[in-house]
Design a binder for this molecule. Structure first.
Ligand code: FA5
Length: 357
């Protein structure tokens, strides 16, 4: 067929396609009309294969004619896809699958958290803002990390300050989170900022403020030019952020072989407002947050050069801080498993646990 006849044929096919597309009611019907005309074997699509049969000087014109016919039908398909698509959405909305705002929602239960966990999360949030990482270490420790590397050699009297559970395998249950100071220095080197929340164990006589299993949060900041002023500022920020109320502290010299100088930071008991009660052993004060400047021997043990770097460390009594925050008078309650002591989100401004049940 010559070019003129080709054009007439395409005009006819366009008219037919137009009518069939307008009659299509669903997207499936539309797809089959499209395929009838535009697929490789379709009425228009198959004509594409005839271009090569025309003399070379006519092939350009034939190609253009076929392309514009193809495009005209494709434009019609797009137009009708929009028409049928919107109608289908409207039909869906009218059908029973539509959103019904009167249906009851999925039940969301607000969980409660253990007081120590609640306070631990708050402490972590404060230190994450200050650029500290959160590290962990083993509860079963070696003598080296728990004592030796912390400047407490064999036979040192300071070992008696922390009665130790020794294990048959020669290891021990860590008496403090301080061993992770060494592990963190070995792993990351200096400069370094990290905190280490974790359980500690001591062979103690249990009373209202002493347990054999309790939580501490170790803190370690190593850098050039870290001062006692930095240490005090961070300690105050920590307590202010967690307690969110008026409180009194006192700082006094404290002896820990791994810091020099070392401090005891006590808090005026928030159970009795410093008047004296069983929790604070009638003294009005509770040992809470010992701290100090890291001893050069400890830096060396961690592989850090004490001539270049220094820093501070602290060992927060996390369980006691939870007691002060939530008014828990006796530490034995904390590990008792009594669900009445869990912290309901209404009493606590920290992250709310959402348990979808
Ligand atoms: C230490 O454990 C040191 N590692 C802390 C430290 C770290 C000092 C870094 C300097 C630099 P201490 O034995 O005082 O120190 O314990 C620290 C805190 O843990 C205490 O102030 C107290 O709040 C808490 N704590 C200690 N023993 C118990 C216990 N038996 N029950 C509950 N809390 C305890």
């Amino acid at each position: 067929m010559d070019v003129g006849e080709l054009q007439q044929t395409l005009d006819k096919l366009h008219q037919e396609a137009k009518g069939e597309l307008a009659a299509a009611k669903t997207l499936d019907e539309l797809r089959s009309v499209r395929s009838k005309y535009l697929s490789k074997t379709g009425s228009v699509g198959s004509l594409m294969g005839t271009i090569k049969d025309y003399p070379p000087q006519q092939r350009g014109e034939v190609g253009k004619t076929l392309n514009s016919a193809n495009k005209a039908i494709q434009d019609l398909v797009t137009e009708h896809t929009d028409r049928i698509g919107s109608a289908e959405v409207a039909a869906d909305a009218a059908a029973s699958t539509a959103f019904d705002p009167t249906l009851p929602g999925e039940r969301t239960r607000l969980g409660s958290v253990h007081p120590v966990t609640a306070v631990q999360w708050e402490v972590e949030a404060v230190f994450e803002r200050l650029g500290f990482t959160i590290e962990a270490g083993p509860e079963m420790e070696s003598d080296y990390y728990n004592f030796e590397a912390l400047n407490i050699p064999q036979m040192h009297p300071a070992r008696d300050l922390q009665d130790t559970f020794w294990l048959k395998n020669g290891m021990l249950l860590r008496t403090q989170t301080s061993p992770v100071q060494i592990r963190a220095m070995e792993k990351f080197g200096a400069p370094l900022r990290c905190i280490v929340p974790g359980r500690c164990f001591r062979y103690e006589t249990i009373d209202a403020s002493h347990e054999n299993t309790f939580h501490q949060v170790e803190g370690l900041m190593i850098d050039r030019n870290v001062s006692i002023a930095n240490l005090i500022a961070v300690m105050k920020l920590l307590l202010n952020e967690v307690l969110q109320r008026e409180f009194e502290i006192r700082l006094r010299p404290g002896y820990f072989p791994f810091v020099e100088p070392g401090f005891e930071l006590d808090i005026a008991c928030l159970i009795c407002n410093g008047k004296g009660c069983a929790t604070c052993k009638r003294t009005g004060w509770l040992e809470l947050l010992p701290c100090g400047m890291v001893h050069p021997n400890v830096l060396k043990a961690g592989g850090v050069d004490p001539n270049e770097y220094g820093g501070f460390a602290f060992g927060l009594g996390l369980t006691r801080l939870a007691m002060m925050k939530f008014g828990i008078r006796d530490i034995r309650v904390v590990n008792s498993g009594d669900l009445r002591n869990l912290v309901h989100p209404a009493r606590w401004a920290g992250p709310v646990i959402v348990d979808k049940g």
